[in-house]
Design a protein around this ligand. Structure first.
Ligand SMILES: Cc1ncc(COP(=O)(O)O)c(C=O)c1O
Length: 339
């Protein structure tokens, strides 16, 4: 979370919007909260230039719930959906989809994803958080693209032309965990399986303006502050440029390290959000993590199943942190490269 947002939230916690009590105590069905929800939706639409035939939903359950909700809501009469297997999180989505339909494994060839004619949609994970791999967003497919953008939402402009639905768990670039943004194309509504729970049915949520049940009011408030903060920073174009420059700074250190730091992802697929790399051995990796922590650089341990180092450069990460990491990596290598 950006520091400015945390401080504003702290100031406004006891008395929100001059009403003499906290937003936490504000009814979701009242005018004030509904106005906030509308503003939050409008700001997001403006930031990402979301066309009018897409609906924006604020849902519960995190991105993982969407692994089930996408097939439950979108398969309709179809028995098959295509999935691109790009790493850890797409495999989670595929595993869950198997419970609802046949999964066709789709491959990307020159920015195009070929699927069979009977597939309802094609699912991709635009940024593999655990693997450090990011897909091009110039992708096209013969069926609507469903994109898990949990870890690179609000970081790059989106061409909505091939998109059927985008979902993103909030905890990376939006706000607190649990809140999930879903952006769904109008013509994909009305296909939900009869057993889809009402609160998790996209069509009902669209009709109710995300208010089928009590929404995550405080998380939506924080998301609104973050969206405003992004606007003040120059919007999505500015976030995109920043993430390009910041990630290049660290990848340059890796590539100039003569093999001391190693990133196995091909340069054109390297994530600008989650930079994953390895050191020569396990003891050095642990030493890197310990020394980094002494320098105030924390949470650098790679994903539990992947090992190595992962530096996540989400929007709220200050530039000074990226410079400090690059400096630390230089110093660490100088000290330990030839031992
Ligand atoms: C790409 C991606 N998809 C899904 C998830 C799961 O999100 P949640 O914990 O909100 O269910 C994550 C979490 O890090 C993620 O990075």
């Amino acid at each position: 979370m950006p520091e400015e947002v945390i401080l504003q939230a702290q100031r406004e916690l006891p008395d929100w919007d001059g009403q003499g009590f906290s937003l936490l105590e504000t009814p979701f069905s009242g005018v004030k909260f509904k106005r906030l929800l509308g503003r939050t939706r409008d700001t997001l639409r403006e930031l990402l230039k979301i066309p009018d035939h897409f609906h924006i939903l604020f849902m519960h359950g995190g991105a993982s719930a969407q692994f089930s909700l996408v097939p439950l809501n979108l398969l309709g009469d179809s028995k098959c959906a295509a999935y691109v297997d790009s790493g850890y999180w797409s495999r989670k989505a595929i595993h869950e989809a198997h419970r609802y339909c046949q999964v066709e494994h789709a491959a990307i060839a020159e920015d195009y994803i070929h699927t069979s004619t009977n597939t309802a949609y094609c699912h991709i994970t635009s940024n593999e958080t655990a693997d450090g791999l990011q897909l091009s967003l110039a992708l096209k497919a013969s069926t609507p693209l469903i994109v898990d953008m949990t870890s690179d939402f609000l970081v790059r402009p989106i061409d909505f032309e091939p998109i059927g639905l985008i979902y993103a768990g909030a905890q990376k670039n939006i706000g607190p965990a649990g809140l999930t943004i879903v952006i769904v194309r109008d013509d994909l509504l009305g296909r939900a399986h009869a057993l889809t729970p009402t609160v998790l049915n996209y069509t009902y949520q669209v009709e109710a303006g995300s208010l089928v049940n009590t929404p995550l009011t405080y998380s939506i408030y924080l998301a609104n502050l973050v969206f405003q903060w992004i606007g003040h920073q120059g919007g999505i174009t500015s976030m995109a440029k920043r993430s390009q420059t910041r990630s290049a700074m660290i990848y340059d250190v890796i590539d100039a390290s003569e093999g001391f730091y190693r990133c196995d992802i091909p340069p054109d697929q390297r994530s600008r959000m989650n930079l994953c790399f390895k050191l020569p051995d396990e003891p050095l990796t642990q030493l890197f993590i310990d020394h980094a922590a002494w320098s105030g650089l924390v949470n650098l341990k790679g994903h539990v199943q992947k090992g190595g180092i992962r530096a996540s450069l989400y929007n709220a990460m200050p530039d000074a942190g990226v410079v400090a990491l690059a400096d630390f990596m230089h110093r660490f290598r100088k000290q330990y490269a030839d031992l």
